[in-house]
Design a protein around this ligand. Sequence first.
Ligand SMILES: C[S@@+](CC[C@H](N)C(=O)[O-])C[C@H]1O[C@@H](n2cnc3c(N)ncnc32)[C@H](O)[C@@H]1O
Length: 210
Amino acid sequence: MKQVILRDQVVSLQNKQGLLLHPMNGLDEMRHKYISCLDLNKIARSGSVVVLDVGFGVGYLSALFLDSLWKINPQCKVVIVGVENDSEVLESIQTAVMPLKSFGILKSVLRGEKYPFLEITLIKGDVRTVNVDRNDVDVVFYDLYPPTAEREVWDAQIFLKLGLCMKLSGVLVTHSGDNLVRQSLFEVGFVWDEVRPSGRFGVGTIARKS
Ligand SMILES: C[S@@+](CC[C@H](N)C(=O)[O-])C[C@H]1O[C@@H](n2cnc3c(N)ncnc32)[C@H](O)[C@@H]1O
């Protein structure tokens, strides 16, 4: 995969179709759209959390989440279920470089090392067809390529399936603020809120089961 340097000097990757795995603005945009809208204090206080990371990529988003959460409670137990369909992306995880200690921990857990507060299962396949087989997910990160690049993964049926994996109190977060995405969420019973734009970062969406 081709390496691309983001504005914050973090190294991202581009797939064969030229699609960039991370926003050009860098990790701050991911933090803004996916992490700042969560009630991290509440999650950290609860002592455990189950995350479904759809479009796991090389794991930067999961690492950002771990980093923010463990700053509040380093002993909060995290279970991450990642879904990723591109083998080349999965093969790039161990050589990817990201300036967070949590990313090092994530990589070591993926190599089979034990870490008391982190468990990761990676499911290789298309989110439309894989069987996630859980109903206890607290947070879904839906970080796929935007609807302009991959319209078929933003359909209501997928959100229906993900909703079944989530607890009643669960939230689904995505970088897209596209009306089609919000309509799909609404059709299958989610209520959504805008993740407000900030500086050069655009709008995102956070949805809850109604
Ligand atoms: C925008 S990138 C996400 C980057 C990732 N969150 C990270 O932090 O590294 C989208 C990812 O979703 C994966 N993907 C695209 N379509 C998919 C699908 N239908 N099912 C599962 N994964 C998919 C891509 O291969 C890519 O790694």
